[in-house]
Design a protein. Structure first.
Length: 134
């Protein structure tokens, strides 16, 4: 059985985590136009670079795998069409962003080289390809 001390400690921890999540959500919603391209979940280049740097740092320290790939698409497709196809091809935990040249990249968290085939199949079904950068 847990003592009252540990029950209170656990409740406090839960409240702190909840408050952090609410603040993060509010920040993201209030800054959506600055963070994402309009009507998409594709990060703008500055935000994507910061996210990639953070993931690289965490991966080095915690030794977890991630895969970075550039999305290859038909040049006749508009940005919105490509964004829609990418959105249908990724998982909820994947991150999508652009570099300064407008290339679209995906970051697959906890996906090693041996597991990339599933992602490649999903992108191929959408008429897209992925060139792996790492």
């Amino acid at each position: 059985k847990y003592t009252v001390y540990y029950k209170n400690l656990f409740k406090t921890l839960i409240l702190i985590m909840k408050n952090c999540l609410v603040r993060a959500y509010n920040y993201q919603e209030n800054n959506r136009d600055r963070i994402f391209f309009e009507n998409t979940n594709i990060l703008r280049s500055e935000e994507f670079a910061a996210e990639l740097e953070s993931i690289n740092h965490a991966s080095e320290e915690l030794q977890y795998p991630f895969s970075l790939g550039r999305v290859i698409h038909d040049d006749t497709l508009s940005f919105d069409e490509v964004a829609g196809k990418v959105a249908k091809s990724i998982r909820a935990t994947d991150i999508v962003g652009c570099d300064e040249e407008g290339n679209i990249f995906i970051i697959l968290l906890f996906v090693s080289k041996s597991n990339r085939g599933y992602t490649e199949q999903r992108f191929e079904k959408a008429g897209l390809q992925v060139n792996w950068e790492n």
